[in-house]
Design a protein around this ligand. Structure first.
Ligand SMILES: CC(C)NC(=O)[C@H](Cc1c[nH]c2ccccc12)NC(=O)[C@H](CCCC/N=C(/NCCC(=O)O)S[C@H]1O[C@H](COP(=O)(O)OP(=O)(O)OC[C@H]2O[C@@H](n3cnc4c(N)ncnc43)[C@H](O)[C@@H]2O)[C@@H](O)[C@H]1O)NC(=O)OCc1ccccc1
Length: 223
């Protein structure tokens, strides 16, 4: 049975990494147009670099929780499982998961906007950082901002149309194209399940839902 799992910020909430849309979420403290769009980066790159430096530092101080570890066991035991995440943190990998598909990029990576070269991000990234491949000073975080095409879309759609089961974990279902995956999977005949703290905006699109903190409901579902 082939499984596609999509995770969001809710799976890392209990590890101390803020979500986006909850009452004290990131978007209650920052304007996404300033810190998560190419236009915002062009206007004030220092502010954007500081925003991601702070999230990188927060991530270094965090540890994977029982939900990450359970998915680590699942992906090891069932190689026909594709774990897709919207998260830019590395807690899935530190929780033992292999082959994680980061559709919105990774905090731990830097990207040269001039030549598309990628490399491991330094702890604090500066706009003046030069690209090790082309020497340009067009360094940005390797994350997908609003208005930009997410990564690995072909591979994800290929898995969705052959999946027997699609499971969304810790995501509000408010950002596309990720929010449309449940509809794609359903159209291809897959069973669909939502695991979340509370019913998400898209809960009506799922065949079933289990609700509660991810660190409790995900191990219960996996084991
Ligand atoms: C606001 C929204 C309407 N806008 C969009 O969707 C836009 C525009 C758009 C495109 N198509 C559309 C169709 C209709 C309307 C709009 C659009 N989409 C884009 O711009 C995308 C790019 C979007 C990516 C932006 N980058 C992010 N992040 C990376 C950066 C960074 O991290 O800094 S988005 C960011 O927010 C998204 C949603 O966040 P969640 O992870 O779901 O977190 P949230 O806080 O919202 O929810 C947390 C959930 O967890 C639950 N929870 C909390 N605690 C727990 C707990 N303890 N346990 C369990 N659950 C818990 C809560 O109840 C809640 O439900 C995630 O994707 C996340 O990555 N690009 C694009 O479309 O390109 C062209 C394209 C694409 C494909 C094909 C052709 C063309």
């Amino acid at each position: 049975m082939s499984i596609v799992i999509l995770t969001g910020a809710g799976i890392s909430a209990e590890s101390g990494l803020g979500t986006f849309r909850d009452k004290d979420g990131l978007w209650s403290r920052y304007d996404l147009n300033d810190v998560a769009t190419p236009e915002g980066y062009a206007r004030n790159p220092e502010m954007v670099q500081d925003f991601y430096d702070a999230r990188r530092a927060n991530c270094r101080g965090a540890a994977p929780n029982a939900a990450h570890q359970a998915l680590g066991r699942l992906t090891a035991a069932r190689p026909d499982t594709l774990l897709v995440t919207q998260n830019v943190d590395d807690l899935h990998e530190r929780g033992g998961a292999r082959g994680v598909v980061h559709m919105h990029g990774e905090l731990s990576r830097a990207l040269c906007a001039a030549c598309d070269h990628r490399w491991d991000a330094p702890e604090a990234m500066a706009v003046s950082d030069t690209c090790p491949a082309c020497n340009a000073t067009a360094t940005r975080p390797d994350v997908v901002w609003f208005g930009e095409m997410p990564y690995h879309m072909d591979r994800i759609y290929d898995a969705l149309i052959t999946a027997d089961l699609f499971v969304a974990i810790g995501t509000s279902g408010s950002v596309y194209p990720a929010a449309g995956f449940v509809t794609e999977a359903k159209r291809a005949g897959a069973e669909t399940l939502e695991l979340n703290l509370e019913p998400s905006e898209a809960y009506g699109l799922f065949d079933a839902g289990r609700y509660g903190p991810a660190s409790q409901i995900v191990p219960l579902w996996v084991d």
